[in-house]
Structure formats: structure tokens, C-alpha cells
Design a protein around this ligand. Structure first.
Ligand code: NAD
Length: 396
């Protein structure tokens, strides 16, 4: 794969981690596209002062610095062979729209992570910009848990996944791309058979809205003192685990229906929630006997609290504008519900979760079980991009 220049879009936690990691394994150019707020200013200073981003991973330290940064896509995207989008899903469409006119004809562009429905919106934007030859891909998750410790200066890599799935369009690119990214990130990127797998196997869409629903239904307005804030993943009770299990089952029923529609579609990587947890966190779960214990005894989830906002001194309310909802509902669960609607599969539990949490978010996606809510246009459902039957979706 002949990649000489990489452009990373956005300047968040994941970008900070990627710069030193990529520079350790790649000798070409690394540019940043930073149209958001004042981010570009800090990275310009980094370059001008010949400083580095320092990434700490346990005892290990990596350093790296971009070659060029800009607020303007034309300056940093027109020579890029590979463009990475380590962005929240709600920033994908806007960012792809900004860079599309300047992309090389055969560039490759990928969302890390993709969340659901990335291909529907991105292919449409590329078509409108006459960039049909641009290849796209998505990763199933961000490979690292990482936090900026000092902006444009220090980042901590708290954890790293051993294995992350990648799906690409057109599919022929998948293997070569997975090999290249394995080398670039120095961890295993495994090929997935299609991008529909990324949408259906988007585990965050079950876990995040499902746990929020379980923790806060009936407690929406309860004020918590700091010490009362519930653990998020390790706060999963038997009842919450049951909700999550039902949601996961509904996705699997849909997956089976999609398989019936076409004998050629390979959806074998869409796992049940429990199978996904035990596969992804093999070594960190102490008790794998039930879904509840897979959450509660998972070391990787230790100490992570539910998202809250402080309302007055020392009092907290649940934060319903958290990414656990603003990313995982419109760019996750609602997309799956939309695919289920095309497949004529009912999802009563997922419907109930969507209706409840979207009210908390001040949004309306579902009305009377149909995707006709006031805010449906802001979601990445295939119907918003003119895909109105299951066959068409699978053939894509
Ligand atoms: P982040 O909050 O640090 O933000 C990333 C960048 O996105 C911002 O710096 C900005 O450049 C851009 N951005 C944000 N909002 C925007 C908007 N409205 N319009 C245009 N640009 C905008 O995010 P992150 O922590 O780097 O996460 C990136 C992705 O990885 C997200 O999907 C996140 O859910 C996922 N993720 C992150 C972690 C982690 O540990 N950081 C772990 C798992 C998954």
C-alpha cells in the first residue's frame, strides 16, 4: 500500500494518542486538519517551538509531532493518501463535507471508530463531490482508551485493545488496509466482511443507552451527592443485565433475518453482548458466568462512573447530553432500529430504550414505533440516504 502522507482530522484525545504512535511506525508526512474552535493555534505553537506530543503508556513513552496543521482542508488534505477521522460520530458528516472537494482521486478515508451508518452518509457526500473513487473504511472501536493531560503536549494511553475489526468499501481494500493499519498502530487490525457488520456489531449502541436506561429510569431528577454517583459498567445489576440481554437478542434476531435475505452476506462477526465481552476482555473478567458478572468483575471497567453534571455545590444530576447518548443513540441504536424496520423485525425493548432516553436528551426519533420523530433527519439511518429496502442495504 503506497501511503506517503496521512491526514488526521480533529484534535481530541485520540488524535493526541495517534500522532506519536503513527510517527513511531511511519516515515511519511503527518498532517492535521483542525477546523474546530482554537485547536489549530496550539498545534501551530507545538510545531513552531519544535516540541512534541508525549504519549505515556505505562512505563513506555512515545513522542511525535505533526508536519503541518491547518484550519483549511485544502492545505492539509490535497496530498493525503490516507485520512483518519478519530472523531465523535456527530462530527463525521460535517468533516467529510469539508474535506471531500480536496481529496485525491484514490484517497482512503476512515472513521475510528465508525459507529453505525458511516458508509451511508460518507458515500453520499463523496458522490456529490465527484469523488466516487475514494475508498472508505471504519474500525469497530477506538483501539486505545486515552486522555489528554495537557493540550497539544501530553496524553495518557490508559489501555489498548489487542484486536480491532476493520471493514472497508469497496471490500477488496480490506485486507491490505488491515495489514497497513496493523503496522501503523502496532496492534492487530482484523478484516471484517462488510460495513453492515460495523453497524449491527456496534456494541456501544447496546451498552451505553441500555445502562443509562437501567440506571436512571425512574431516577431522572434524583440529585446525587458525589459519593452516591453510581458506577457505570460495574453498576450493572441483574435487572439491568436483563435489559441488555434482551436488546442484544433483538439485534441477533435482526441479524438472522438479514442472513435469510441473502445467502452471501457474512454477519458471523455480530456476536451476542456476552460473547463479545468474553472475547474482547478475556483476561480482565474474573467471573464470566453471567452477563452481570461480566460487567461487575471486569477490571477494565473498574471505577468508571455514570456521566453526571454538577447542578449546585456538591449535587449532581445524570448528564443526558453525554456521548453515551448523543453518539450511541442517533449514530447507533436508531440506525439498528431503522434496519429492523426495513427487515420488518420488531424490537420492543430497543424501542422503549430509544423513546425513553431520547426524551431525556430533548430529542424525538420514534413516534408510535415509527422513525418519524422530529429529529430523525439528524440520525444516520439508511432511509435518510435514499436506502429504502433491505436488499438494497445488503447489496451495498
Ligand atoms: P474528543 O472529545 O477528544 O474530540 C475529538 C475531536 O473532535 C475534538 O478535539 C474536535 O477536534 C472534534 N470535534 C468535537 N466536536 C466537534 C464538532 N461538533 N464539530 C466538529 N469537530 C468536532 O474525542 P475522543 O476522546 O478523541 O474520541 C474520538 C472518538 O473515539 C469518539 O467517537 C469517542 O466516543 C471514541 N472513543 C474514545 C475513547 C477515549 O478513550 N478517548 C474510548 C473509546 C471510544
Amino acid at each position: 500500500m503506497d501511503i506517503k502522507a496521512i491526514t488526521i482530522c480533529g484534535g481530541g484525545n485520540a488524535t493526541h494518542a495517534m500522532i506519536p504512535i503513527i510517527q513511531s511506525n511511519f516515515h511519511g508526512k503527518i498532517n492535521l486538519f483542525l477546523p474546530y474552535k482554537e485547536e489549530v493555534k496550539y498545534f501551530k505553537r507545538l510545531i513552531d517551538e519544535r516540541e512534541f506530543i508525549i504519549a505515556t503508556k505505562g512505563e513506555e513513552k512515545l513522542k511525535g509531532c505533526p508536519d503541518k496543521v491547518s484550519k483549511f482542508a485544502e492545505e492539509v488534505c490535497s496530498d493525503a493518501d490516507l485520512i483518519l477521522l478519530p472523531l465523535p460520530a456527530f462530527a463525521h458528516e460535517q468533516t467529510v463535507g469539508q474535506i471531500a472537494p480536496f481529496l485525491k482521486e484514490e484517497a482512503i478515508i476512515g472513521a475510528i471508530p465508525s459507529r453505525s451508518g458511516f458508509e451511508y452518509s460518507t458515500l453520499q457526500i463523496l458522490k456529490e463531490a465527484h469523488r466516487e473513487r475514494v475508498k472508505i473504511f471504519g474500525l469497530q472501536t477506538l483501539p486505545w482508551a486515552c486522555r489528554i493531560r495537557e493540550y497539544a503536549c501530553k496524553v495518557e494511553i490508559l489501555g489498548e485493545k489487542n484486536l480491532v475489526g476493520l471493514a472497508a468499501f469497496p471490500h477488496e481494500t480490506t485486507f491490505e488496509l488491515a495489514n497497513f493499519l496493523t503496522h501503523l498502530f502496532n496492534l492487530t487490525i482484523t478484516p471484517l466482511p462488510n460495513m453492515l457488520t460495523l453497524s449491527l456489531a456496534n456494541i456501544g449502541q447496546i451498552v451505553h443507552p441500555g445502562i443509562m436506561y437501567g440506571l436512571f429510569k425512574g431516577n431522572e431528577m434524583r440529585r446525587y451527592k458525589k459519593e452516591e454517583i453510581p458506577l457505570f459498567y460495574q453498576g450493572v445489576t441483574k435487572e439491568i443485565a436483563q435489559i441488555l440481554e434482551e436488546m442484544s437478542k433483538e439485534v441477533l434476531v435482526l441479524t438472522e433475518k438479514a442472513k435469510e435475505e441473502s445467502e452471501y452476506i457474512d454477519l458471523s462477526n455480530v456476536l451476542s453482548l456476552k460473547d463479545w465481552l468474553t472475547t474482547s476482555y478475556q483476561d480482565s473478567i474474573r467471573d464470566k458466568s453471567t452477563l452481570e458478572t461480566c460487567f461487575v468483575t471486569n477490571r477494565a471497567y473498574q471505577g468508571l462512573c455514570a456521566p453526571m453534571r454538577e447542578v449546585e455545590n456538591g449535587c449532581f444530576l445524570p448528564n443526558f447530553q453525554s456521548r453515551y447518548l448523543t453518539e450511541d443513540v442517533p449514530y447507533g441504536l436508531v440506525v439498528t432500529k431503522a434496519i429492523a424496520q426495513l427487515a420488518e423485525v420488531k424490537m420492543p425493548i430497543i424501542d422503549e430504550v430509544i423513546v425513553t432516553v431520547s426524551k431525556w436528551m430533548g430529542r424525538e426519533y420514534l413516534t408510535d414505533g415509527y422513525l418519524k420523530g422530529r429529529d430523525i433527519k439528524e440520525t444516520r439511518i439508511p432511509q435518510n440516504y435514499g436506502i429504502n429496502c433491505l436488499e438494497e442495504l445488503i447489496n451495498l
